[in-house]
Design a binder for this molecule. Structure first.
Ligand code: GLC
Length: 749
């Protein structure tokens, strides 16, 4: 009998009830923007399970988040610090299209978690970026489930190499912050399986996460954390997941239904849950057998942790080495969107005029549980100075005092959720054209940074997606004035989610989407601007021309960002509010490029797009199939002047058949190593033939229709380099008919 089973047998019922509920919820001293923290083991961690010393049961300590370990950087009783490295946001990591790089970032974060005594890192978050206004898109990877799943798996494997667990989240269909704890997502089984669950399926099968975090929302009428369909029939029986499931903090409503559904651990833990479970056991509403299953999974998780193994953690982390990883990984995920007449890399540029408040207050990442308490953030102006590039100090002084004055007088966020919010970014400072003319005469180039700050708890508004008048005027005036002096203008996008670009992108000479690159962001940007490294990022999300072009725009809370924590789910509402109490995923599978590409809708910058300083050529594409594995092979050569990396993307178009399908879908991708000018590399892109199947709801089966499939090899979804054909036989695999849109309940009886 193994040790876990023995422990379960020796536990009292009361001890078992404590084990399935988180230990407690602390709040940080200043109530900083976190949902749940505990002071008990590692101050600032998000939560932990109960310990039962008499049986050698240790606590499992959990901390956020995807961009780095989030714990308090200072502690009572000591003046030493406990900083963590702020790595780039997930959206940037996805834009690297580099699984090995994402793995290495995960490894470094896992190392920090281990040394700070964290047993499970509450990451990665791989929800689909369904709509640009979701506040947490910065924490998510992509509009495409293959890219999200593959890179999520790489991240998990990296973290878990350190014997630190992960919590793949938020399972599932958590694509808005508005009323996230209650909103009912109404969605077809096909969209669920092909788009919103597919990334989780890939990550579960390719990385074996120790835990999964169920999401807050309901899916077709049932809370994800209470859905036996989702957490047992699909996750465990169909995908063979062998780990533990925890709720999101305060997620769901019915503790008994959660345990029965296969949600083993209720975080961060409330007394009312203990009372409810105690009654359920006493009345036989929850069987002891079911409870033992939940407890066994929690103990199996515990037995894997360093804390249980008695490993001492040092509280010493190699911040210097990890800062270097943060800097390099950020460089690979920044996307060059425009580069007229080789504006970049900067040649012979010694002096710059830096415009935009964000140039001086760089944004490392997003708000909420995904933030990181790091020692510093390198701004653009610091990055320039580190590279020996002078910036106009008169302008810098004006910005510094304008920004300081703004924050000195900015009203802190108001209301019951103030601690979750952040002071809005300052409006762009007005600079009159005479001053700009002076700068255009004296400086070699202008750089304008546009910043956006978003995060957990609140979705963005359409205004936040647009540029405001101050930003438009700044771009207008600077471009007009610098161009009059035959000087160039570069725009940087220090953002966490897509913004409007179509109406102004013709004005500047170059545009670099820097995303939010973590604490080394300013240095990473300058590494690209100076040509120390060639950009190799590709968009993992579409930049539409207008917000209204998004197919999901009609079914997203576009201007009613609401923070609603109705703790008591029983709170009845008179009439259901569209996009707040329920949301219809009417766009179905047509998310992102699957929509724009299939319906011929023009976009500003397409999925998979990204420029380089060098050029590449591909030749000799071929395809072979061995068993179920299809492998496309192609030679890629650097035909330009700079060393660089290229990402090849393999899209597949199915022949016309019974099921309507997107025009083409991403089925594989690969990034070259760093190719020197003239150097070639053979790239292989592989996928399983059954990945071509679509979900047929009528048959409740994955189905591939026979015929000739077209394989497109591209360096962007709209730049196809070569195409091949593949004859495919029909295939069908029946699966459980679950999560249907009629809201049936499938709780364990
Ligand atoms: C939050 C987030 C989740 C996080 C957890 C602990 O509400 O939704 O991503 O891991 O609580 O902070």
């Amino acid at each position: 009998m193994n040790d876990v089973v023995r422990k379960v047998r020796n536990l009292t019922t009361d001890e078992k009830l404590h084990l399935v509920i988180g230990d407690k919820l602390g709040t940080t001293a200043d109530g900083s923007a976190v949902v749940g923290t505990t002071e008990k083991y590692v101050p600032g961690a998000a939560g932990n399970t109960f310990a039962i010393p008499r049986l050698g049961i240790t606590s499992v300590v959990m901390a956020d988040g995807p961009a780095g370990v989030r714990i308090d950087s200072t502690r009572k009783g000591t003046n030493r610090t406990f900083y963590c490295t702020h790595f780039p946001i997930a959206t940037l990591l996805a834009s690297t299209w580099n699984s090995a790089l994402v793995h290495d970032v995960g490894h470094a974060i896992g190392d920090e978690a281990k040394e700070y005594g964290i047993d499970v890192l509450l990451a990665p978050a791989i929800n689909i970026q369904r709509n640009p206004l979701c506040g947490r898109n910065f924490e998510y990877y992509s509009e495409d489930p293959l890219l999200a799943g593959k890179l999520g798996a790489a991240y998990i494997n990296g973290v878990q190499e350190m014997d630190v667990g992960t919590s793949l989240k938020h399972f599932a269909v958590n694509n808005q912050e508005t009323n996230r704890q209650n909103v009912d997502v109404r969605i077809s089984q096909r969209a669920l399986r092909e788009i919103y669950l597919k990334g989780f399926e890939i990550a579960v099968k390719e990385s074996r996460p120790w835990t999964i975090m169920s999401s807050y929302n309901r899916i077709n009428g049932v809370y994800a954390s209470e859905s036996h369909d989702l957490l047992t029939t699909l996750l465990r029986r169909e995908w063979d997941f062998d780990g533990m499931v925890m709720t999101d903090w305060y997620g769901g409503s019915d503790a008994v239904a959660q345990l029965k559904a296969g949600n083993d651990l209720l975080m961060p833990g409330r007394k009312s849950q203990y009372d409810q479970l105690q009654k359920a056991i006493a009345h036989g509403d929850l069987s002891r057998k079911a409870l033992d299953i939940n407890v066994g999974r929690i103990l199996r998780l515990m037995s894997r942790t360093h804390r249980f193994q008695g490993d001492q953690y040092t509280n010493q982390v190699d911040l210097k080495a990890h800062a270097a990883i943060a800097r390099q990984s950020a460089v690979e995920g920044m996307v060059l969107l425009k580069n007229e007449e080789k504006t970049l890399p900067m040649q012979g540029i010694q002096r710059l005029a830096l415009f935009g408040c964000t140039s001086y207050r760089w944004i490392a990442g997003g708000i909420g549980s995904g933030n990181v308490n790091s020692a510093y953030t390198v701004s653009l102006v610091e990055g320039m100075k580190n590279a020996g590039i002078a910036v106009d100090t008169v302008l810098q002084k004006r910005y510094d005092s304008y920004i300081q004055d703004y924050y000195d007088h900015a009203a802190p966020p108001q209301g019951p959720y103030a601690r979750f919010l952040s002071v809005a970014l300052p409006k762009e400072m007005y600079i009159d054209k005479r001053e700009i003319a002076r700068l255009a005469r004296q400086q070699d180039m202008a750089v304008i940074t546009l910043g956006r700050l978003s995060g957990e708890f609140i979705d963005r508004s359409i205004r936040d997606f647009q540029l405001d008048s101050a930003e438009r005027r700044l771009i207008e005036d600077v471009c007009e004035t610098f161009h009059a002096q035959r000087k160039k203008v570069v725009v940087l996008l220090n953002i966490g989610g897509v913004i409007e670009t179509a109406s102004w992108k013709a004005k500047p000479d170059a545009i670099l989407c820097t995303w939010q690159g973590g604490q080394e962001g300013g240095n990473s940007v300058v590494d690209l601007l100076t040509g120390k490294t060639t950009p190799s990022g590709k968009l993992a999300v579409t930049f539409p021309n207008n917000y209204e072009d998004e197919l999901s725009a009609a079914n997203f809370p576009d201007d009613a960002p609401q923070i609603t924590f109705n703790r008591d789910k029983a709170e009845q509402i008179s009439s259901e509010r569209k996009n707040i109490d329920y949301v219809n995923y009417d766009e179905d599978i047509y998310v992102g490029y699957r929509y724009f590409d299939s319906f011929g809708k023009a976009v500003s910058f397409p999925f998979g797009y990204g420029l380089s300083y060098t050029t590449f050529e591909s030749r000799g594409a071929s395809v072979m199939q061995k068993g179920d594995v299809v492998t496309v092979s192609v030679m890629i050569q650097n035909t330009g002047l700079y060393a660089g990396k290229e990402t090849l993307q393999l899209y597949v178009a199915a022949p016309k058949g019974q099921l309507n399908k997107p025009k083409k879908e991403l089925k594989a991708f690969a990034k070259t190593s760093l190719l020197q000018p003239g150097q070639s590399e053979r790239v292989t892109l592989s996928f399983d033939i059954h990945d071509l199947s679509s979900f047929d709801e009528a048959a409740s089966a994955w189905r591939t229709e026979a015929g000739i499939y077209r394989l497109f090899i591209g360096n962007s979804s709209n730049d196809i380099l070569s195409s091949l054909s593949l004859r495919v036989r029909s295939y069908q695999k029946k699966v459980s008919d679950i999560l249907a849109a009629n809201g049936q309940l499938n709780n364990l009886k």
